[in-house]
Design a protein around this ligand. Structure first.
Ligand code: AQP
Length: 327
């Protein structure tokens, strides 16, 4: 039997090249080697207020982007988290074995809580729901970007705690990070992770941005005061652009050095922009085709949920049985 893979994205904004290079590109690469479930985690998105109509539209947009980027819905299950109620059910059971201290230590919780006047409980509970998403399917591998590595560590802790309290129940999952592109930084501020929720006009390149805008954003990316590229001494902005180029092109470190050493920043950025655009343009073409077909995405998502629900329901039955709940 193939190892199961689970991963997801929040429909909470515009997917950007960080989401693609950190996660989606890796999903496309491994989709034939494992039994893959790729989720649109809408229950996670509502930890912060989302406009209901926009959220519903975003869910299908993300599904279309998964497919446009190369996920084959005949090979993988693409599904929406809230369409399988077992996610929320298992999350409660796992909440009851998770110490609050573990959750309060999470970096993402601390960062998101610091931005709110009143912190919603969902922001604290987020990693438990994420653990439920993964453990529900007994996933062995979870391909994510680096920002999610701490949540994955917590997922393992929760699984191990449950297994030691109630007997072996969950597969303890491993994390899979890409070798390059695991943490793409903001183009306007290379000290901050590129993020859907950041508001700066030149912060990110979204997968559906107009091509002209992509070119402009990359040309305006923050670099440093050196006149030209020096791979050895490059600052954070140049390193970020080099990572973006390398992750899209799959170039080796040596190729990167030979191509760019001594190149003036303007010419360097042009090459980065053209590399990004050469990948994004075909995604956008496929995206337009996919979304032009009435009912196609709804069908993919329905089929995905139907395929995975029996796995999720079986896990919940086992967990209830182990905990002594009424089944
Ligand atoms: N900057 C990034 N570089 C590499 N990988 C990244 N990921 C996110 N940002 C980067 C990876 O993308 C996947 C989906 O992320 P998510 O939708 O769960 O949201 P997130 O991690 O919280 O990402 P954002 O874009 O920063 O969203 P907001 O602003 O809504 O919080 C994950 O695998 C993540 O690691």
């Amino acid at each position: 039997m193939k190892t199961r893979v689970f991963s997801g994205m929040q429909p909470s904004g515009n997917l950007h090249i960080g989401n693609y290079l950190g996660a989606l590109k890796n999903w496309v690469r491994i989709q034939h080697d494992y039994e893959c479930i790729f989720c649109i985690v809408d229950l996670h998105a509502i930890t912060l207020y989302q406009d209901p109509a926009e959220l519903r539209a975003k869910i299908e947009e993300i599904a279309a982007l998964y497919i446009a980027a190369g996920i084959d819905p005949k090979v993988c299950s693409i599904m929406v988290q809230s369409a399988v109620p077992a996610h929320a059910e298992l999350a409660w059971m796992l909440t009851c074995v998770t110490p609050v201290g573990w959750l309060e230590r999470m970096t993402q919780y601390k960062m998101k809580a610091a931005k709110q006047e009143s912190v919603g409980d969902g922001i604290l509970q987020y990693p438990v729901l994420m653990a439920a998403d993964i453990l529900l399917y007994q996933a062995g591998i979870v391909p994510v970007g680096e920002d999610q590595a701490q949540h994955l560590e917590l997922t393992r802790d929760i699984a191990q705690r449950f297994n030691s309290l109630y007997g072996d129940t969950f597969v303890v999952p491993g994390t899979s990070l890409p070798a390059v592109g695991a943490r793409i930084m903001g183009l306007d501020d290379p000290t901050q992770k590129m993020s859907k929720s950041a508001t700066g006009a030149n912060h990110s390149v979204a997968l559906l941005d107009p091509i002209d805008k992509i070119r402009k954003t990359i040309m305006r990316a923050t670099t440093d005061s050196h006149p030209a590229v020096d791979v050895e001494t490059a600052g954070a902005g140049v390193l970020n652009l080099l990572s973006i180029y390398q992750a899209f092109s799959n170039a080796s470190d040596e190729e990167l050095k030979q191509r760019f050493t001594g190149m003036r920043y303007g010419d360097f950025k042009k090459q980065v922009a053209e590399m990004v655009i050469s990948h994004i343009e075909p995604f956008q073409r496929r995206y337009r085709e996919i979304t032009a077909e009435p009912g196609y995405l709804a069908g993919v998502l329905r089929e995905g949920a139907e395929r995975v629900a029996p796995i999720a329901n079986a896990t919940v039955r086992t967990v209830k049985d182990r905990m002594g709940l009424y089944t």
